[in-house]
Every structure is written in structure tokens, then in C-alpha cells.
Design a protein around this ligand. Structure first.
Ligand code: ATP
Ligand code: MG
Length: 435
């Protein structure tokens, strides 16, 4: 059985014959010997040494099987282990024009993402992503939430019409889902606390480093909760994912030069900051917002928080901050009004520290049939399009709430990579649907 390089490095194979399979990551030809850095199918690499004439036709990214004797040499890269090659079997000689070398533009790396997945950087990011998804799932399993799946082809908007992707669905129009929330709300009546991880689609027309057209949405919904319950779930979930991921992915985060000491601080509880207090803080710092004509005015009560204000609020924080109680006008129709603070929603966003911005949105949902119908109308939407959703308020409505977390937003914070496109293997944006 072929081994992986991690097996060789962790057990005592020195002096023994081993077989590994992989791809030629790098080649260094000297007069007598050729140093072949082989990358296995989990991204681990080990140096293999062959007499130059034996591997003269080898190219970068050729797929190979190496049989050889393990030795330890402090000069060898990657932990001092290397393999003195005895036999080399070639599965495929890669074309000499492999486009990805040591230095290339971000554009090329995106255009050739199917090949760039073989770079150490993308391998590290993919492994961190795997851990984030695994620990997210684990938290819900350990806490007794049921995993469900909602459809991604839908009839109605959840987050406003401007970012809907329309599609032809047989003989009618339909949309790609922006959120599973409305479906999760239907499920709590018979399944209790539920969660799902599905793609959400948003036709985001502005190019930012925080928006994708397709993202992985981790969403949860539960009956009989109050806002504080929903905040607690989010802070526990996020700190659990982070603490476990930084423990499991030390090597990969170090490769990305991510200083994890600050992530170690991400323990419950997170600060709760009321929306009006957030506005006061921003005003006291002379914070302005851009008007449509490009000029600036001072931020006022009623303004939504944009990335600049989110950055300002969290620039010195070492943990996320919940901003609570946004005005209803800046939140979708389903947000429940705070009975003790008219005009404000029982809704909260979690802002990651140091300006990474919003990573979750959640709160309580309006559960009264009349209030929600009038809110749908107020937003200029047609209640008829939400008939099944309104049934949930008609038959046994209960106080309930939930939230949605953007996996790539969380990834961006954990990895500290600049562009959200690099937190997903095949990004989709306004200007990219390929590869
Ligand atoms: P923002 O205001 O930051 O654009 P939003 O308020 O429109 O986000 P929500 O509808 O609240 O987003 O979605 C829930 C979560 O999904 C967000 O907190 C974020 O983590 C994630 N998310 C939303 N839109 C995107 C996107 N275009 N790309 C990646 N993640 C997203
Ligand atoms: Mg939001």
C-alpha cells in the first residue's frame, strides 16, 4: 500500500523501503542527481532523490509512484525526511507548459483555479475549510439540532429582489435561493431546532472582497427561543468552530502566516452593543456615510451599518461584537418588532473583529399573521407570493428565531486572506462563472 508523506514523517520509516504516490511538485536537476519534490494526494510533500538519467523526462505535475528508502537529512526540506529513489513509475508525463509556477498573478490563479488547487496555499485553505465545516456540523450534532436540507430553486425572495437570480423553471419563472430560512421556519413545527448547510445565491452587483454570488450558508432555526437564546447559540457555535479549527490546523494557518493568538481570545460571551449605541459611538468619532451624489454626511439613527462603520466599531476588538436592535426599515420583512421598543427589530448581526465585518445575521421572526402581512405589503411585496409561509402563522404559530452564517465570511476572518474568492475552491462572482 502506498503511504502518504505524513505517515513517513510521523512513524519510524528511516532505513525502510516505502512506496508513495503523487505528483511532481518541484524539480531540481543537478549534474548527477535530480531532487524531485513529490506531493501526495493530501498535499504533503517529500523530497525524493534519483540519479539524473533515471528521471530525465520528468516534468512538473507528472503523476508518479516512487519506491525508495527513507533517510533523514537535516538539509532536506519539509522536516528533514527524504527518499532515496529506487524505482519510479510514471502514470502520466505532464505537459511542459504547466501554467502555474512559483510566482503568478492573482488573475491567472483564478483563471486556472482547477490547477491552482494544487498550490500549497489553496491546499492549506481547503483543509481549514474542511475543519470549519466539520466543527460547525459537530456543534449542531452535539447540541441536539437536526440537520435538514431546503430546496435551492424557489419562488420567493427572502433578502430583497435586487439580488435574485432568476431562472426558467419549465414553464414558469423561479429563483435561486438566497437563504433557506423560510423553509427552516416551516420545519420547526415538526422537527424542532433544525439547521442546514446549503448554497445561497445572490446577484451581488458590487465587487467587494466580502461578497460572492454563491456562498455556503449555515442556517439554523428553533421554536420557543428569545433573542438571547439565539445569540448564545451563535457565540458558542463560532467559538467552538474557531478553537477547534486553530487547534487542528496549526500548520496550515502558520503557512498562511495567520497569527492565531488573537483567535484564541474568541471565547464566549461576545459583547452585545445596541444599535443606537453603535450610532452614538460612530457619531462621536465623526463618522460619515456617503450620500448617493458621492458627498458625505454624518451618520444618523436609521442608517444601516456598512462595511466602513462595521470596521470602525470593531477595529480594536479581539472578539466579535453583536449589534442588536436595528431599525425595522433596514431589516427584511420577517424580523420581529421589539414590543418594548417600537420601530426596532429583535435582530442582531455578529461583526467579526478587526474590520472583517458581518458574519452572521439573525434574530426573532414576526409570528403574528397580521403584522407580517402588513410588513410584506410595506416592502412592496405581494403577500400572495408568500401564501405557504403565511400558513405557518395561521396554524399553530409560535415565537421562534434563528440565524444565518456565511462560511466564507468566517473563513476570511479565520485565515485572514484578503479576498473572499480565496476562501472557496471555485468562486462565483459577477465576473466569474468559470472554471
Ligand atoms: P451584507 O450586508 O454583509 O452584504 P447581508 O446582510 O446581505 O450581508 P444576510 O442576508 O444577513 O446578508 O445573510 C446572512 C449571512 O450570509 C451574512 O451575515 C454573511 O455572513 C453571509 N452572506 C450574505 N451575503 C453574502 C455574499 N454575497 N457572499 C458571502 N457571504 C454572504
Ligand atoms: Mg445581514
Amino acid at each position: 500500500m502506498p503511504l502518504r508523506t505524513s505517515d513517513i514523517k510521523s512513524s519510524d520509516y528511516v532505513g525502510k523501503e516505502v512506496t508513495i504516490r503523487g505528483w511532481v511538485h518541484r524539480l531540481r536537476k543537478q549534474k548527477e542527481n535530480t531532487f524531485v519534490l513529490v506531493r501526495d494526494d493530501r498535499g504533503g510533500v517529500i523530497q525524493c532523490i534519483f540519479p539524473a538519467e533515471k528521471v530525465s523526462n520528468l516534468t512538473v505535475e507528472s503523476s508518479v509512484e516512487v519506491v525508495g528508502i527513507v533517510s533523514q537529512d537535516s538539509r532536506a526540506p519539509e522536516g528533514g525526511f527524504e527518499i532515496k529513489g529506487k524505482n519510479l513509475k510514471v502514470f502520466n508525463i505532464a505537459g511542459i507548459d504547466y501554467p502555474i509556477g512559483e510566482y503568478q498573478s492573482d488573475q491567472l490563479l483564478l483563471d486556472k483555479r482547477h490547477l491552482a488547487l494544487r498550490t500549497r496555499r489553496m491546499i492549506a485553505i481547503a483543509k481549514i475549510r474542511h475543519s470549519v465545516l466539520k466543527f460547525g456540523r459537530q456543534w449542531f450534532i452535539d447540541n441536539g439540532w437536526m440537520e435538514v436540507t431546503a430546496p435551492t430553486i424557489v419562488k420567493g425572495a427572502v433578502e430583497g429582489g435586487s439580488t435574485l437570480f432568476k431562472l426558467r423553471y419549465f414553464d414558469e419563472d423561479a429563483y435561486l435561493s438566497q437563504s433557506a430560512q423560510l423553509y427552516l421556519e416551516a420545519m420547526i413545527f415538526s422537527l424542532g431546532p433544525v439547521w442546514s448547510l446549503t448554497p445561497s445565491f445572490r446577484a451581488e452587483k458590487s465587487r467587494t472582497v466580502r461578497h460572492l454570488a454563491e456562498f455556503s450558508h449555515l442556517e439554523a432555526e428553533a421554536p420557543w427561543v428569545d433573542l438571547e437564546d439565539i445569540l448564545r447559540v451563535q457565540e458558542e457555535l463560532v467559538s467552538y468552530i474557531i478553537q477547534n479549527t486553530i487547534a487542528e490546523r496549526k500548520e496550515e494557518l502558520a503557512f498562511l502566516k495567520r497569527d492565531t493568538s488573537e483567535l484564541k481570545n474568541v471565547q464566549v460571551p461576545f459583547e452585545r452593543l445596541r444599535y443606537e449605541k453603535a450610532i452614538e459611538i460612530l457619531q462621536s468619532r465623526g463618522f460619515g456615510v456617503e450620500k448617493e451624489d458621492g458627498t458625505k454626511r454624518s451618520i444618523v439613527w436609521g442608517d444601516d451599518l456598512n462595511i466602513d462603520s462595521e470596521r470602525e466599531l470593531t477595529k480594536n476588538a479581539s472578539k466579535p461584537i453583536f449589534v442588536i436592535g436595528y431599525p425595522l426599515e433596514v431589516k427584511p420583512f420577517y424580523v420581529k418588532e421589539d414590543p418594548s421598543r417600537k420601530g426596532l427589530g429583535l435582530a442582531a448581526d455578529m461583526l467579526a473583529p478587526q474590520g472583517f465585518g458581518e458574519i452572521t445575521s439573525g434574530g426573532l421572526r414576526e409570528d403574528d399573521i397580521n403584522s407580517i402581512t402588513s410588513r410584506i405589503r410595506k416592502e412592496g411585496l405581494d403577500p400572495a407570493a408568500y401564501d405557504w409561509y403565511l400558513d405557518l402563522r395561521k396554524y399553530g404559530s409560535v415565537p421562534h428565531g434563528g440565524f444565518g452564517l456565511g462560511i466564507e465570511r468566517l473563513m476570511r476572518w479565520i485565515t485572514n486572506v484578503e479576498d473572499i474568492k480565496d476562501t472557496v475552491l471555485f468562486p462565483r462572482t459577477m465576473s466569474r462563472v468559470s472554471p
